[in-house]
Design a protein around this ligand. Structure first.
Ligand SMILES: Cc1cc2nc3c(=O)[nH]c(=O)nc-3n(C[C@H](O)[C@H](O)[C@H](O)COP(=O)(O)O)c2cc1C
Length: 275
């Protein structure tokens, strides 16, 4: 759930409770200005007293799993210590931490040290999130924090094989190594799947949506794929450009380029420093 008004959130929780849901998660991480301006998402982190009251009300009303997804604070990472006291107080069932502040948006490395402090202090499982782009960054995030697990966003859009790669790493077997042709199959599946879930399909708008999603995938791949795709307007152009660049063997490099703006700061997770 995302919102700020306690009665509205309670009403939503009650409606959700009538469905066969696994649990309810509260979003305290969204940095979008339109959300934060309304004091929802990450905006709630600016008002710890109100957050305390909100979490207390929701915990009391939600009989099942109630989890929280948060950033480290609004303006500075050391706000997290105060927030942690609030999270500890309300007996939540899980805490996922995107290891940046709202102000840092996506433009810095994550700060594993604060996630580690939550792991030590919280009674519930703590999940580490932010900048996991491959096995090395994920395994290092786990090593640095001792978190119960990882949540992976953009890295999984880029490389959906990342989950089987982690399973293989945990089982001590060889991780799958997808090829450009596998990536092509995935992009085509994504095209069809997102088209199916679109209420009113408009081909040109769908190409624009695909281009936004594919920015995470094509970023830093060799050749002109990223450049050409940005200029695609029609489904025919989109498919032709994908075929030109992806209809071939060769193992895809899953890691984005170092210094990338789209995956900013992941390289420090791959190193052995805390941040
Ligand atoms: C396009 C986009 C949409 C997102 N939507 C949500 C959302 O609805 N709820 C949420 O909790 N986080 C959302 N996030 C944040 C991600 O869950 C995650 O915390 C963030 O991307 C950092 O993790 P990553 O580096 O693995 O991507 C979104 C992120 C992106 C890039």
């Amino acid at each position: 759930m995302i919102g700020r008004d306690i009665p509205s959130l309670l009403r939503t929780a009650s409606e959700l409770g009538k469905l066969p849901i696994a649990g309810i998660d509260l979003n305290l991480g969204c940095p979008a200005p339109i959300v934060c301006r309304k004091d929802a998402g990450g905006g709630l982190l600016r008002n710890p007293q109100y957050l305390d009251q909100l979490l207390g009300s929701l915990r009391e009303a939600i009989p099942g799993y109630f989890t929280v997804k948060t950033r480290l604070g609004y303006g500075a990472p050391d706000e997290f210590n105060g927030l942690l006291e609030i999270f500890k107080k309300h007996g939540i069932d899980g805490l996922t931490i995107h290891g940046r502040t709202v102000a840092e948006r996506y433009q810095t490395p994550v700060h594993p040290h604060f996630v580690q402090s939550a792991v030590l202090e919280m009674e519930c499982p703590v999940i580490a999130n932010g900048n996991v782009v491959d096995l090395e960054t994920g395994l290092n995030y786990l090593r640095k924090t001792a978190a119960a697990g990882l949540m992976i966003g953009r890295g999984a859009i880029r490389n959906p094989w990342i989950f089987t790669q982690f399973q293989a790493a945990f089982a001590n077997t060889a991780p799958p190594t997808p090829t450009y042709r596998d990536l092509w199959d995935y992009v085509m599946e994504l095209y069809e799947e997102l088209a199916r879930e679109t209420r009113k399909f408009v081909a040109l708008a769908h190409v624009q949506r695909m281009k936004k999603t594919l920015a995470y995938i094509t970023h830093g791949l060799e050749g002109d794929f990223e450049f050409e795709l940005r200029r695609a307007k029609t489904p025919e152009e989109f498919h032709r450009i994908c075929k030109t660049h992806l209809d071939r063997g060769g193992i895809i490099p899953v890691r984005p380029p170092v210094g990338s703006k789209l995956f900013c700061g992941f390289e420090t997770l791959a190193r052995n420093e805390m941040g």
